[in-house]
Design a protein around this ligand. Sequence first.
Ligand SMILES: Nc1ncnc2c1ncn2[C@@H]1O[C@H](COP(=O)(O)OP(=O)(O)OP(=O)(O)O)[C@@H](O)[C@H]1O
Length: 623
Amino acid sequence: MRRIWRLLRYLQKYALYSVTSVLLMAVVGALAAFRILLIKPIFDNVLRPDAPPALVLLFHIPHTSITVNLQHFVPSHFRNAWTVVAVALVGSAIIKSICDYLGTVLANKAGFGMITDIRNDLYDSVLRRSTAFFQRHSTGALISTLISDVERVQAAMATVMSDFLQQIFTLVFMIGAVILTGGRMAWVLLLFVPVIVSSARRIGRSVRKTTRRGQDKLAEIQNIVHETITGNGIVKAFGMELWEMNRFRKAADRLLTANMRSVAIQSISSPLMDALGAVAIALLLLFGRDRIMHHGMSAGSFVAFLIATFTLYDPVRKMPVYYNNFQQAVGASQEIFKFIDEQDEVLERKKAITLKSFGGLIEFRDVRFGYERAGVAKEVLHGISLTVRRGEVVALVGPSGAGKSTLVNLLPRFFDVTGGTILLDEHDVRDLTIASLRAQIGKVTQETVLFNDTVRNNIAYGRPDVSMEKIEAAAKAALAHDFILRMSDGYDTMIGERGARLSGGERQRIAIARAILKDAPILILDEATSALDTESEVAVQAALANLMQGRTVLVIAHRLSTVRRADRIAVIERGSVTELGSHDELVELGGMYSRLYKLQFGQDDLLEADLGEVVAAEGEGVV
Ligand SMILES: Nc1ncnc2c1ncn2[C@@H]1O[C@H](COP(=O)(O)OP(=O)(O)OP(=O)(O)O)[C@@H](O)[C@H]1O
């Protein structure tokens, strides 16, 4: 119930449209009933030439002496029965059509407006979520909720807002028409109400459950599609097309089963209502025959009553369908609100401080951290202490899985420490506003994240109004300017999804240009592990050298040139800093670093000899 209110709260903004459309739909319902009531004078006055040319009786209010004549509804100079009925018929049809059209448009305006707001809210909250959120939820599930769940709520809301409103008013007024025309016979129909309501509820509940299951299976499919399309290169390289196809087929079969279950349940309601309707009509015929013969009921009244009952039966038959739709919407909204409401781990304090500029000290003080899995945090950093001063380059080295990436991700608060503190100019990072903290930090990662946009917009990401001169200067410093100019549209060239139309080295240099343009005083660098060809490598190293100039850098190093350039090297092993010092000091120490140096960096030596020279040459005077 709370979820329904929450959905309806989104309607508040569109109250004027909704209220107007409700009123218009009420008119439509009333006119539908009015037109049924016209059947009686058609039979009893228009089609009976022997009928006296008196007032055209529309209905008589039961248990009173009040009668309503059709002349009330048409201009007074119309006297002839046909004219009166024809004017009422055509007039009501025109007004009903106009109200129907306007009501439907307005209802949909409110429905679609509301859904657009829900979708925007959902996207907004998903986008702001912490890194842990994206690790907890698969891309497929998120996309499925953003697209399919919202669509489901939209479909239900659009029908609820227009069709349902119209039907509910038709139902209300038609009940009135049935009572007016049928009198006591109408009560027979009451017998069916409990059966209809209870079966609709039961079916609705099952529909909600099966629909949710269907949505989950769809999310599963979307996940597979996302993974295999983005990772298409790997699928090909490993010849896994058949295997992936099978995985997809199995998921598609599961979706089919879930959908069929849902359809099987939904499809029960219409035939069930049909059967109930047939029983009701048969009973009415039995009573009606008796009333016409013994109680003087006119044939017109009886036909009007029968048609009113038939018409009444239409909205009744549709009610379970609406109820199903509504249940589906509630089921889908459950997922939407789950994401909107999810508590973030990384929160900003109420009175967070805005860090205007970075003065020059980063301090990791006894930092502990554990990733949470199924509610249990497994500690991966065990009390790391490290101080980095302004302009210093500190290289983090260590075996894979030691915790290097985890450590650098704590600085911009992608995650929060579980013990100890990280201080930036003596402020705990948790006391700073997230925006001002992240504004101080530039990041270039192994996996360059580029968007399917122009080169220019990729470099200027986050700064749409920056001048072209600045973009070009950044590209030049990143040694990207020349290859960009060689592209078909220069800076306006679209680079394809994730920069697919660029080489690995070019992608990295665009990412470096982006970081140069951001010009943040602190730089987090996660050096690519995969080797590029010598020429690209030289260019990327030179670009990185330019980027690092004058900044405080924490670099996860995989290249000898980088560790050599670092002022200090921190060796991280199993979540702790085990060695700290300059390259020469650590080689001298003869510990882990010297072993790593021989094993991992040693083979770079030959290449480094060339690289060092080129980097130095290119680095000069570019920034
Ligand atoms: N999102 C995560 N959830 C759970 N555990 C994680 C997560 N990310 C990393 N880990 C674990 O934390 C530990 C440290 O990982 P981290 O990525 O920081 O290591 P690393 O030193 O950067 O390794 P590499 O050089 O291979 O990138 C590893 O044991 C890893 O399995």
